[in-house]
Design a binder for this molecule. Sequence first.
Ligand code: ATP
Ligand code: MG
Length: 372
Amino acid sequence: MQIARLKLNYFRNYEALDLRPLPGLNVIVGENAQGKTNAVEAVFFCAFGRSHRTARDAELINQGMSGGYVGLDVQTRAGERRIEMKLRAGERKQVFIDRLQTQRSGELMGVLNVVMFSPEDLELVKGAPAERRRFLDMELSQLRPAYYYKIQQYNAALKQRNALLKGEPGRERSQREVREQLYVWDEQLAAAGADVMRMRQEFVDSFSTLARDLHRSISGGREQLAVSYAPSVDAARYGGTEREALQEALYASALDDIRRGFTTMGPHRDDLSVCLGDAPVRVFGSQGQQRTAALSLKLSELALLTEEKGEPPVLLLDDVLSELDEPRQRALLEAMRDCQCFLTCTSLAGLERAGMTGIHAYACERGTLREL
Ligand SMILES: Nc1ncnc2c1ncn2[C@@H]1O[C@H](COP(=O)(O)OP(=O)(O)OP(=O)(O)O)[C@@H](O)[C@H]1O
Ligand SMILES: [Mg+2]
């Protein structure tokens, strides 16, 4: 996949940008706060329909302006596609694919596939389970747009169930009354949740083999990375289907849920277990081991996307290279070879040291990009 053109109008600190990136390695170099991350953020925004650093679209509009625009032409195996995002202050954004306005946000999933590498990837290994769930959700949505709709459905049912659990201020209810109403949501939650669990399990099954092999190679054969799905409700323990297990778990936790005012069981509490041998990397890994594990996860994501989509995604590398030591840099460089990449850095010197050739560089200065 290749981005042939990127147009920005009043996006972040860009007033007007019309960029025709090259197929290989596009380097955006500049001092701090010039707009390097903003440029890769625009690409990410077109892939996922949201920014990687804010949930508030209004922040993306150039300050003081009433609207902004990102347009992107991407060449894929299926031909050229155009993605456009129109932002208006105080309104929902409009998304256009091939000049037609989309009706559902899920339509965007899988049109442009990107993998982003950034220093925050470390959180995948070190951070809370929510980080790993986000990783699962984003990757699965790119791979299987149907997943995106399922998780939306699940979250909608979850919101309703939680609202019921929380109740309305000043309105007393009997436990029985609540339990009777919960049943409706339990059914919906179990139906959507079971699909989510199955798709997550399937994903992790293919993912973990890739991650193990990649990690072994990056660590020089010394370490065994084991990634597995750690569902909040383990269907095997209940001895039935995922749906039955979920419904049973919801039923069993109803009293607890009513007392606490939210849903305590289900895929929204899932995790991904990341271990070296038997030891969780999060707890026992050294800094270096954690970094390598995080890189292995991202590289596996890239390999899986390439395999399943039949073409490599676009890579976004924001500020990553300087953080990596040589073996890890080499692994990343190797993976970048067949992809169009957008890489940001504050100086080109490090790239030359890392042996990067065929670079196409742009100087980034206060919301402008100039070819070097
Ligand atoms: N909505 C906006 N309107 C105008 N300017 C904005 C907006 N949002 C962010 N900025 C400006 O963009 C700049 C930050 O851009 P960006 O994060 O891309 O920097 P960077 O080049 O990646 O820097 P660093 O090397 O520190 O990561 C800041 O100066 C910020 O004030
Ligand atoms: Mg930046």
